[in-house]
Design a protein around this ligand. Structure first.
Ligand code: GLU
Length: 281
């Protein structure tokens, strides 16, 4: 049986792009007689807000997308992230780093999927771990695992190239996790067999595949779907004027009709589905 998920972060309201992501994950599960879970990715204490979570529930009900079993909250799973972090430290795969964004930008010689690639400044340095972030030594990790592959059911088999991100942060200075570590552990804990999310997160799956190998986690299949984009090719965003689902709901629009239209690839004027997405958006 397959199990998919929709995993929004409550740092802003949902918009049409999220409705599309939720319906893709929902419909894949329903079409294959599987399960669809909702996970709230609320570990970012500074940006996560409970009001947005309340809105998510209202939005999904209005769209007519029902999820199975209880909602998962990342904020309740910090202990499991910390435990995995300790295991990776014990494997000598993490090192502390106190570099600032500006220092990294100044020293970087390469761009990666998330911006300037960390050039490894602290990899072989003595750094006070108190209040530091912890980075994964990706070269050492890959030496340990050997070559890895993963499968996206739309794009086909992929060779994992987590090195495109450089030594990613796995434990933030303010948290016992980062997106990569939390999402990977949660997908395993939730028994997700088909990780369904937008193409913008395709590169992240290289890192997640590596973490699965290091931590002995089951390996799912991935389904990265195209994103809804504006005429300029950039993904929809509230800050660029795309109304939130809450705005549409309160204005009396019919959520189920919106889902029906999205299912038939009928989009509002100026919006389209893109595979060649400008990931800088
Ligand atoms: N929480 C992420 C987001 O809102 C999605 C994470 C995922 O699907 O892996 O963009």
């Amino acid at each position: 049986m397959i199990r998919t998920r929709f995993a929004p972060s409550p740092n802003g309201p949902l918009h049409l792009g999220h409705a599309y992501a939720a319906l893709v994950a929902h419909d894949l599960a329903r079409a294959r007689n599987g399960e669809f879970l909702l996970r709230i990715e609320d570990i970012d204490g500074e940006r996560s807000r409970a009001e947005f979570v309340e809105e998510f529930f209202l939005d999904l009900a209005w769209l007519g997308l029902n999820w199975d079993s209880e909602t998962r909250f990342q904020s309740r799973r910090l202990a499991s992230y910390a435990e995995a972090g300790e295991r990776l430290k014990a494997m000598d795969l993490l090192y502390p780093c106190r570099c600032t964004r500006a220092e990294i930008a100044a020293a970087a010689t390469q761009m990666g999927p998330d911006g300037p690639v960390y050039p490894g400044t602290c990899r072989h340095r003595e750094v006070d771990p108190e209040g530091a972030a912890w980075r994964l030594d990706v070269t050492r990790a890959l030496d340990m695992t050997g070559p890895l592959e993963w499968i996206d059911e739309r794009a086909g088999p992929q060779r994992a190239t987590p090195e495109i991100f450089g030594d990613v942060v796995l434990l933030r200075k303010d948290l016992p996790a980062s997106y990569h570590l939390a999402a990977t552990l949660d997908d395993a804990a939730d028994g997700i067999t088909l990780v369904t999310r937008g193409m913008d997160l395709f590169p992240a799956s290289h890192v997640h595949r590596l973490l699965q190998a290091l931590l002995g986690l089951p390996v799912p299949v991935w389904h990265h779907h195209p994103l809804l984009v504006e005429p300029d090719g950039r993904k929809l965003a509230k800050r660029r004027g795309s109304p939130s689902l809450g705005d549409r709901r309160r204005a009396g629009e019919d959520g189920k009709a919106i889902v029906a239209a999205l299912r038939q690839a009928r989009f509002p004027a100026g919006i389209s589905l893109s595979s060649g997405v400008d990931l800088s958006a």
